[in-house]
Design a protein around this ligand. Structure first.
Ligand SMILES: [Zn+2]
Length: 255
């Protein structure tokens, strides 16, 4: 039975996510809901220590009492993802022949039945849509400021380091932060074939390339500062924006 309830504060939700290592405590799935281990109808409070994360299936099983409360309480003390370096994978359902990345502002990178790589940093293909054997496959490689891999999508399969500061996956939007207002990556996954990136922060040497809701920005010594806000590129290029030891280059773009 649904109960009218107060909202759980953003801070409490984050603390619960961090404690549960960003996944269902039973199976590790990164798509989850906040569960009151002791029924909210009885307690009427959102105490941090009484909340946990459960995926849709395990939440529903608990509600139906197919999953005992004691099992959830035990899993809450030893969350699945805590005992693994990386989260359980989540599989995206991209499909069709057209794909598009929107990178801040109105920068659009589009392709049809072709490989699309909008940003390449020191050999890392940061974001990729690939079309193979009739399948549309998304890949991504997000590193923290020390160059450590913290989130990856390999051919539609999302995993992330369970030691990340905060990962919040709400609806279709995933947000990864290194601190309170310190965004590393934020994207909305719009099936069948579109990813809207509103935040991305990449550093390579002295150069920083970042995406925010206004556009793509390049900053660094010896580099001209560049800001792209409404670029449209159709497929047919290998890489759109390249950042490596030779500097920053952009195929087909006059910066
Ligand atoms: Zn689960």
């Amino acid at each position: 039975m649904k109960v009218e309830r107060k909202k759980i504060s953003a801070e409490v939700r984050r603390h619960v996510r961090q404690r549960c290592h960003f996944g269902c405590v039973i199976c590790g799935l990164p798509l989850y809901e906040y569960d009151h281990m002791f029924d909210y109808a009885v307690t009427g409070t959102h105490k941090e220590e009484e909340l946990t994360l459960l995926c849709d299936r395990h939440h529903s099983e608990k509600t139906k009492k197919l999953l005992p409360r004691e099992t959830v309480i035990a899993a809450n003390k030893a969350p699945f993802n805590k005992t693994h370096d990386v989260s359980e994978p989540y599989g995206f359902h991209f499909s069709g022949s057209r794909c598009e990345f929107v990178l801040g502002g109105n920068n659009r990178f589009l392709a049809s039945k072709a490989r699309l790589v909008p940003i390449l940093v020191n050999g890392d293909e940061v974001l990729v849509f690939d079309f193979r054997d009739g399948h549309l496959l998304l890949s991504a490689m997000i590193r923290d400021r020390n160059g450590q891999k913290i989130l990856s999508i390999e051919e539609n399969e999302l995993t992330y380091s369970s030691g990340t500061w905060d990962i919040d996956f709400v609806g279709r939007e995933l947000t990864l932060r290194n601190g309170l207002r310190d965004f590393q990556f934020q994207a909305t996954f719009e099936t069948p074939g579109r990813v809207v990136v509103s935040r991305l922060d990449i550093r390579y040497g002295d150069v920083r390339v970042y995406v925010d809701p206004k556009g793509i920005h390049v900053r660094g010594p010896g580099e001209r500062s560049r800001d792209l806000s409404s670029v449209t590129m159709l497929g047919g290029f290998e890489h759109a924006v390249v950042l490596d030891s030779h500097g920053v280059r952009a195929a087909g773009l006059i910066l």
